[in-house]
Ligand binder design. Structure first.
Ligand SMILES: [Zn+2]
Length: 405
């Protein structure tokens, strides 16, 4: 762990990184205690809005978009977007952290234990993912407003419904974001790790229709949908297209995640529904994995016939959940985040994520976004903890990024 940020020498002439640490810790503790699983973000959005108003942000600067209306979940509110005009000239920057948690966090009572915050109850997670990220953004805004620190134009974005497939970010009203030139996202992980890219993900829904018949009296009249599925899956597995996929220089993953069908042993199974996914950082190779899946199921359907020569059929649907992205190290947001960390005595590293991030959709909207953590550990489990020193470091990094021009 790097030295406490406030004690590190600063090489920059601008960028005040000091914060009221006790207030920040109290704030994140309060925020983690507010329930708000995906789609139920009204209470946490109201908390954030009330704090901003107390610090002098006018109603006219605060808005929600209507992302939730496009969500399969519905949901209480859209993404919370706050725009602060700059007090100094400089490129607009966007700072964001999603405000939903996984359902396991609901009912959490956060307690402090030395340098950690953990859930009191052994049956809940903590919600540091991502109350901590949301709090980093809020704390930065409050410090700047209360102390009237000079800052360039800022867009604060608190997306909803991240944990259920990046839904808030997917449907964000990009026109409301004010065309930021730099963009920073806080989510789970250590505060000195820059996530500069993430994989893309296809969802596949495969409906296999066989032909029903009596399994004892006339099995030869039927075509078993499960048999078609199993031939296809066996093919994909044998040919290296299932699980971890490595074909020359191309890499990806795929997974058959759900199989459902049938309700009696004396009926040749007429229908099977298979749900699967395919991931790769390379869009072309990801498409190739999807094509292999389609081919395998269609071939399997052709292979099996009943006694009259009739076959089953496949209905195959692939939809892109989110596109992959990868930023260069000289991308302005990456450079800014890296130098902010270095100026605070931290030693930043970078990586590419094998899971999707809200940053996937921001980047797809023409806003390349770097993602950092704020000290969350063991997310989505009852062992979740928040490392306070790391959380404060993330606040200092955010202060630096919000005030340095
Ligand atoms: Zn998260």
């Amino acid at each position: 762990m790097a030295k406490r940020a406030t004690a590190a020498p600063s090489t920059s002439t601008s960028g005040d990184v000091s914060i009221d640490e006790k207030a920040a810790i109290d704030r994140v503790t309060k925020m983690m205690a507010i329930p708000g699983k995906s789609g139920e973000e009204r209470a946490i959005a109201e908390f954030i809005t009330a704090e901003l108003k107390l610090a002098g942000v006018p109603d006219s600067a605060i808005q929600h978009d209507s992302a939730h209306k496009k969500s399969h979940l519905g949901g209480q509110v859209g993404n919370l977007i706050v725009k602060l005009p700059g007090t100094v000239k400089g490129p607009r920057r966007l700072m964001m952290g999603h405000i939903d948690t996984v359902p396991l966090c609901v009912g959490c009572r956060p307690v402090r234990e030395g340098n950690l915050i953990r859930p009191k109850d052994p049956t809940t997670a903590l919600g540091g993912d991502n109350r901590a990220g949301a709090c980093v953004v809020l704390t930065t805004a409050l410090e700047i407003l209360k102390r009237k620190l000079p800052h360039p134009p800022l867009t604060l974005l608190w997306p909803v419904q991240e944990e259920v497939g990046l839904v808030g970010a997917k449907f964000v009203s990009a026109a409301k974001l004010g065309h930021p030139k730099l963009s920073f996202n806080w989510d789970g992980g250590p505060p000195d790790m820059l996530v500069i890219g993430a994989t893309g993900d296809f969802n596949m829904e495969i409906e296999i229709t066989g032909i029903a018949s009596h399994a004892g009296a006339h099995p030869e009249d039927g075509v078993n949908a499960a048999a078609i599925a199993s031939l296809a899956i066996a093919d994909l597995t044998r040919d290296g297209w299932h699980g971890l996929i490595q074909k020359g220089r191309n890499a990806g993953t795929s997974n058959i995640g759900v199989i459902s069908g049938g309700d009696a042993t004396n009926v040749v199974m007429p229908k099977v529904h298979v749900r699967a996914e395919a991931r790769s950082h390379d869009p072309k190779f990801r498409q190739k994995i999807v094509d292999q899946f389609r081919k395998a199921f269609e071939n399997a359907a052709r292979e099996l016939k009943n006694s009259a020569g009739r076959r089953g059929s496949i209905n195959f649907e692939a939809t892109l959940k989110y596109e992959s992205f990868k930023m260069e190290l000289n991308e302005p947001s990456v450079e800014a985040a890296k130098s902010a960390m270095e100026s605070l005595g931290m030693a930043p590293a970078h990586r590419i994520s094998n899971g999707g991030l809200d940053a996937n959709w921001l980047t797809a909207n023409g806003i390349p976004t770097v993602t950092m953590g704020c000290g969350q550990q063991g997310i989505h489990t009852v062992d979740e903890k928040l490392n306070i020193e790391s959380f404060l470091q993330a606040c200092h990094v955010a202060m630096k990024l919000a005030t340095t021009v």
